[in-house]
Design a protein around this ligand. Sequence first.
Ligand SMILES: Nc1ncnc2c1ncn2[C@@H]1O[C@H](COP(=O)(O)OP(=O)(O)OP(=O)(O)O)[C@@H](O)[C@H]1O
Ligand SMILES: [Mg+2]
Length: 405
Amino acid sequence: MTKRTTLTSIDVGTTKVCTTIAELNSDGGVRVTGVGISPSHGLHKGLVVNINDARETIRASVKKAEQACNYKVESAFVGVTGRHINSLNNRGVVSITRNDRLVRPDDLRRVLSSAQSVKVPNDRKLLHVIPRGYAVDGQVGVKNPVGMYGFRLDVETHVITAAATSIQNLVKCIRSLAIDVDDLVLEPLASSEAVLTEDEKQVGVILADIGGGTTDICVFKDGSIWHSAILPVAGYQLTRDIAIGLGLPFDVAEEMKKRYGSVMPVYEGQTDTANPISQDGHGASYQDLCDIIRARVEEILRLILLEMPRNEYESIVPAGLVLTGGSSNLSGIEALGREILRLPVRVGTPTNMHGIADTLCDPAYATSVGLLLWGAKHKAGRRWKGGWFGSRLRKLSFRIGKLFR
Ligand SMILES: Nc1ncnc2c1ncn2[C@@H]1O[C@H](COP(=O)(O)OP(=O)(O)OP(=O)(O)O)[C@@H](O)[C@H]1O
Ligand SMILES: [Mg+2]
């Protein structure tokens, strides 16, 4: 009989909070059983700016997902983004002192913990330490050194840190709903699980998740992460440009962007004026709308490119750019990307999910699906500080509080 584990992911985005509940089979298959989506309040550029509003948004999203599958969420994998994220590449080294000089799993743990010993200031938290590659006695490019002979083991790691207060605010919102945090995952890392192929990661690829408040970037090379960055510009700025440029209310501009927006407009045969789409009868020229969108998207694409070394990026990422996130739904964005980067560009949509996953087949849900896949991969992983006793205590105090309310 196949053993099933239930996994939950919460993507706390600037525009929407998405909770997904899935069953993980012992054969590694993930089947989505519940999805809950709520429009975000209390979040700005990926950060919690109003704890009460953010908590209520998360509560509503979790409740919808719970109702869909009649399951009570107790813990979840949670996405993290925001300008406060920093990353650097670090090294660790240990010597193999045993007589047989055989590298064992214990040596792997030692070398990884030596690579973790980067000086993290008090106001920052270590989010991920991801091994990029090992070297045994100077022989580089080793993916798994266990079982090899050597005197010296080196590791190269990608270290990602976040502002402690931003993390605390997010974790506080989740825990105040009596939900434990299984792990905090950098959002583009999660998205990459959902939309990148192993081949692309091996050859070299940029992933850019253009969401509502942030554009989250991860670069992969030789099968592992090479660089990560968060840009504080995305779909929200696009809508604001349209609202200001065309003198429209924000929600009308948002609607126009989604319905008519294109970065590669075809003007011939188009009516010059987009149909009024609001009840108040606001209208705008199709050309103006598309020109405004194109200027901002061009800027975002150039900012993505600036994350790469200027002259050698074509050799580092021959697989090009994979765009995802809600804003990658903009018509013509792939063609514009190809024009600017002179590399292959495609839009990545999460697929290969079973269960009630139709809603998730949109680039906006790459992070949610990716968090589930990340959870499935690391399900034996750590609980974000607090442990079993802390979590029971919190649940108990939550229930007592609820009783009195
Ligand atoms: N068809 C579309 N055309 C253009 N933009 C779109 C379309 N659909 C969604 N968007 C934009 O995508 C953005 C939301 O994307 P997404 O859901 O990925 O963001 P988020 O995860 O909530 O935010 P973030 O990851 O930045 O915190 C919004 O700005 C929305 O306007
Ligand atoms: Mg997002």
